[in-house]
Ligand binder design. Structure first.
Ligand SMILES: NC(=O)c1ccc[n+]([C@@H]2O[C@H](COP(=O)([O-])OP(=O)(O)OC[C@H]3O[C@@H](n4cnc5c(N)ncnc54)[C@H](OP(=O)(O)O)[C@@H]3O)[C@@H](O)[C@H]2O)c1
Length: 332
């Protein structure tokens, strides 16, 4: 039996994402088979597709996925929501009919009608939970990675009531969730992004919104307890001056030189430039599921594309117009 999928045929442009067919995988004794309802198209997916990865990871990724083209990883997609349709004989934690959401880990493959995953994934094999009832499949599909990232940052910074947070790139996947989480903890939030995202950021509770095209916010007098910068790439030094002494600055997309910068700040100032990511731990996924079920985190969906329009979805994700998240609808 075959399923519809989107084949990842080359590194670079979205044109290499081509609708196709593959065999539906058979679950092994400890696996589950999930019928995917929705998958996310994240900034991370686009970076893998282009093979433009942080911290010099493009080279190991080529070794892993294929040197000239991604021949060992034929299907992109790292996050999904769907329904369990079959389980192996040794699986006891899921049963057919369970609505689930999660990540695929380094196996990718969420741009497909079905995915086979271990019922108890190990490191880099992704993570899975039962989908909260109050989330649609589309909402649940875009939540796991950015949500765990948001939880990780705020937990590591021990964000307390009354502290102030600056989010640079607040209108994207991570930013919109960090904003909601920081507000739920009683923090004051300044959100920076492009103009068409500012209304959404105000609605999500931002105390102050800044259009980065209009204002050089690095010249502001205010100093922050926590800075979440999902843009990075340049002028991290200039932005570090906005951090209070003993404050934490998390950089979601870092280059090699940022590692040296981080060491410099650690040795010579009280400020911390932190380059780290959520480990996709059971604990963080459980906290995320609970926060979403409690209505604290509500994923923001901009557009939904059908599975066979994955290339178009990638183009839109990279257009600079995306507010929150993009979804591939795989099934009803
Ligand atoms: N999503 C995850 O789970 C995850 C996990 C770990 C690491 N990361 C990394 O974190 C980065 C961001 O992830 P994301 O998913 O949140 O990306 P995203 O959804 O694309 O959001 C990035 C936001 O930053 C805005 N932006 C661009 N340039 C800016 C500037 N100079 N100043 C302020 N805002 C600016 C973008 O808006 P405009 O384009 O309109 O300017 C966009 O709204 C990616 O590189 C990703 O690899 C992501």
């Amino acid at each position: 039996m075959t399923m519809k999928t989107v084949l990842w045929t080359k590194y670079g442009s979205p044109d290499g994402l081509i609708p196709g067919e593959k065999e539906i995988p058979e679950p092994g004794d400890r696996d589950i088979l999930i019928k995917i309802a929705a998958a996310s198209v994240s900034a991370g997916d686009c970076e893998f597709r282009r093979l433009e990865l942080p911290l010099g990871l493009s080279f190991p990724m080529r070794l892993y996925a294929g040197w000239r083209k991604p021949e060992r990883l034929q299907v992109l997609g790292q996050e999904f929501a769907g329904e369990v349709v079959a389980t192996g004989k040794d699986v006891s934690n899921y049963k057919p009919g369970d609505p689930v959401f999660g990540t695929t880990g380094m196996g990718f493959g969420a741009y497909s009608e079905y995915i086979r995953l271990p019922s108890e994934p190990g490191d880099a094999q992704g993570i899975l939970s039962i989908k909260p009832d109050n989330l649609t499949f589309e909402e649940a599909a875009v939540l796991p990675t950015a949500g765990m990232e948001a939880i990780h940052y705020l937990r590591k910074a021990s964000l307390a009531e009354g502290q102030n947070v600056l989010i640079i790139g607040a209108g994207g996947s991570i930013g919109t969730l960090v904003l909601q989480l920081a507000k739920s903890r009683g923090a004051s939030v300044t959100a920076v992004d492009s103009p068409d995202k500012l209304k959404m950021l105000r609605q999500l509770g931002a105390d102050l919104v800044i259009d980065y095209n209009l204002e050089d916010y690095t010249q502001r007098d205010e100093r922050f307890d926590l800075i979440i910068d999902v843009v990075g790439r340049k002028s991290v030094l200039k932005k570090m001056r906005l951090l209070k002494k003993q404050g934490n600055y998390f950089l979601a997309y870092a280059g090699i030189k940022d590692l040296f910068l981080s060491l410099f700040f650690k040795l010579f100032t009280g400020k911390r430039l932190r380059i780290e990511s959520a480990g996709q731990s059971r604990e963080e996924m459980d906290e995320l599921t609970e926060l979403a079920a409690g209505g604290v985190l509500k994923p923001q969906i901009d557009r939904v594309f059908p599975l066979d329009k994955a290339a178009e979805a990638h183009r839109y994700a990279e257009s600079g117009s995306k507010k929150g998240n993009i979804v591939l609808k795989v099934a009803d």
